[in-house]
Design a protein. Structure first.
Length: 247
């Protein structure tokens, strides 16, 4: 199996899980309203990990395209199926290390009765400690710097190669550019609290509507363009898509 497709399949499955979790949280907040803190913790942690997986996966896909175009002779040796699977595992380890401390800090600072109570299932309600907010800001800043560096580096290296190279190199350049656009949308999650706060101040009587608009922009939109970028534009996917859709 092609490592590129392994990363793409992982991205799609991860986004499906993420959307399922976040849609469930939105529905719960609009209907049931309050749920058990213990259940909410599990849902929030899984949503956090899958949300943070997306930009990491995009960065890995950009690196894979960079190796394929700029170092084609070494691509088969570097990008093996085994290493790709290990890379997918490392993504989950990284996001777990980022998300699980929120739970540990809450366990250490909140009484046991807190986890038996019920509340509106929002991250700031379940993990209210200020240390968690500071950790989140530092973690997101590190993610932003590293991932954007990878995207810019791979894009410009492929850009220079594409000037004198094949059509595939130019297509890879465009794919990396679309990586950047999707990543920009994914990174909107890092300004979600500020965006929601601003909308709440501007439209204080429409908090529910503001929350839903933020959810669509930050969570749904970035994940809805993945099939277009990596599916329809890919010759192999397009061939099987035509086969199964048009018989």
């Amino acid at each position: 199996m092609n490592p590129r497709y392994i990363l793409f399949i992982h991205l799609v499955i991860n986004d499906m899980i993420q959307l399922t979790l976040t849609v469930s949280l939105v529905v719960i907040s609009y209907t049931i309203n309050k749920i058990s803190v213990s259940v909410c913790c599990i849902l929030i942690l899984l949503a956090l990990m899958t949300t943070e997986n997306s930009p990491l996966n995009l960065a890995c896909m950009a690196v894979e395209r960079y190796i394929a175009i700029c170092h084609p002779l070494h691509h088969l040796q570097i990008c093996t199926v085994r290493r790709t699977r290990i890379l997918v595992g490392l993504m989950w380890v990284t996001t777990s290390v980022s998300a699980l401390p929120d739970l540990f800090i809450t366990l250490a600072t909140q009484p046991l009765s807190f986890f038996h109570s019920q509340l509106l299932c929002l991250r700031q309600n379940v993990f209210p400690n200020l240390i968690i907010v500071q950790k989140r800001d530092i973690t997101y800043t590190v993610y932003l710097v590293i991932i954007w560096f990878i995207i810019f580096y791979t894009y410009f290296r492929i850009l220079f190669t594409a000037r004198t190279a094949s059509k595939d190199a130019k297509k890879a350049r465009n794919t990396i550019l679309l990586h950047g656009f999707q990543l920009l949308l994914c990174m909107a999650m890092y300004i979600f609290p500020q965006l929601l706060s601003a909308l709440t101040q501007w439209f204080p009587k429409n908090f529910a509507d503001s929350s839903f608009v933020c959810y669509v922009i930050v969570q749904v939109l970035p994940r809805s363009i993945s099939p277009v970028i990596y599916g329809v534009r890919d010759n192999t996917f397009r061939k099987y898509l035509k086969k199964h859709m048009f018989f």
